[in-house]
Design a protein around this ligand. Sequence first.
Ligand code: MF3
Ligand code: CO
Ligand code: CO
Length: 271
Amino acid sequence: MARQPPLYNVEEREFLRAANRFNAQLMDFIRPHAKAGARTIDLDAMIHEYTLDHGHIPACLGYAGPPGAPPYPNVSCISVNDVVCHGIPNEHELCDGEIVNIDLTTIVDGWHGDQSETFMIGNVADETRRLVQVTFDSLWVGIRSIEPYGKVRDIGAAIYKYATERQFEVVRDYQGHGIGRSFHQEPGVPHFWFRGSRAGSQIIRPGMCFTIEPMLNSGTWKTVVDKFDGWTVRTLDGKLSAQFEHTILMTDDGPEVLTLTKDGPQEGHQF
Ligand code: MF3
Ligand code: CO
Ligand code: CO
């Protein structure tokens, strides 16, 4: 039996809402800067400064990596083109035709907020735009698949069906996660489900809080971690990968999306 995720009470839910509200505000702040000519290291510096100016703590900076990897060196993960996730900000200047995911996580009063968006830089190929659209839509398909007292695995099953029917592959090596006072906790939220998979057997109960963060690839679902930095995850075949992430609080009235932004793409958005 998988370990049971924490269930948050009414006071704790307010802390989760506040942390994710700030994180969404940070996304609204950085979105207009994700443009051709911006260096990803400069975007990271702006995210850092905004977070500190508001009195909050960047969750990724110094985060313990997988065994053998160094602590994460930056504030945000910025993943360009074939980088699936955990892209380390660097000197790269965003340019026309690229896609870039910015993944933000902040600690507010001891509670975590976590979300990401993929941006298209200038004019992108039609097939690239379709990847971004289907990835965004697959996140919402996952959110809408949540039934009171349904199972975590229903989310991955819905996302996997939606993506593969549209000829995209779903990354299997990284998943959504419970979130709260710690960054990554139970339940793991796979974005795929096959007959017989054991993962995702937990029941989704009011008070549970978790992320959904599908990564869809134009080619193979297989990934490879950079040997030198120990973090950057790329597609094995070098084809494109896109991702969107929201933090979700399950309530008696259904799923509440805590990381909705004022200015960002809403459910049903057409890119
Ligand atoms: N924000 C990522 C997630 O959605 C995790 C990044 S961990 C880091 O779970 F150390 F790379 F920042
Ligand atoms: Co994230
Ligand atoms: Co996450």
